[in-house]
Write a protein that binds this ligand. Sequence first.
Ligand SMILES: Nc1ncnc2c1ncn2[C@@H]1O[C@H](COP(=O)(O)OP(=O)(O)OP(=O)(O)O)[C@@H](O)[C@H]1O
Length: 282
Amino acid sequence: MYSGYAGVAMVRDLNLTVHAGEIVALLGPNGAGKTTTLLTTSGLNPVMKGDIRVFGRSVRGRPAHRAPREGLAHVLEDRSLFYQLTVAENLRLAAARSKGDLARALSYFPALEPLLGRRAGLLSGGEQQMLAMARALTSKPRLLMVDEMSLGLAPVIVERLLPVLRRIVDDTGAGVLLVEQHVHLALEVADRAAVLVHGDLVASGTTAEIAGRAAALESTYFGAGAGAETGAETDADTGAVTDTGAVTDTGAGAVIDAGAPTGAGARPDGPEADLDELEGSR
Ligand SMILES: Nc1ncnc2c1ncn2[C@@H]1O[C@H](COP(=O)(O)OP(=O)(O)OP(=O)(O)O)[C@@H](O)[C@H]1O
């Protein structure tokens, strides 16, 4: 799919799938298009070209407020809490809207229980993030998208929160698409990862494959232009898309298939060649 703003594509030719029961980390430098990808999947930003299918249904023409009913929950970068309302009120509101399961959502974040009567605006950053996650869970999502869980949080807090995602996935079988700046922490919890640079998918694969190249990828982040120029891409896995967790898009069932080359460079096939190319871009 292609997505962007005011007619300018900020994400180009992205082909990415999230399966049920897996965590996919969407990584990349500032401005790469990660948030745009999530907003477009939720229906908060329109698809420019191509399509996104969530559980087999196109998001085109689907109003964003219907997404939770279709099993999609999105924890936005700004957490979007009702800061004047208490923790309990925030949760009850979400649970009422989705006829969801408040107790189950809270069970993942027991630290919130003593804080139920506190206004959300008075919570610490980590507590607010827990509340945003718990709120998302009340709708029992089959696909959970989390944008920058770590924003403004100390790494030690992030280290505690990320494993909760794994528990959620293991318990519920939901798929998770995680946008995260802490690359190493994200790779510890994810099953697969995709790297966007300047709107192009430059690498994807299992976390082991991406972790093995983390140093190269990080240098690509800092020298994003060079990374984008290599145009490296990956066709990491060609398993079938399940019907509970498809996120994106135009391909014919490949799990991650970056599709036709969009960058300037020549692209050898296969993940190893692609990642070597990335490394060579340093
Ligand atoms: N509402 C908007 N109008 C115009 N351009 C926008 C808008 N929102 C984002 N952009 C631009 O789209 C590009 C992708 O932004 P996006 O927020 O998706 O990146 P990101 O990878 O999530 O970055 P970050 O890690 O900094 O949050 C950036 O160049 C950004 O400036």
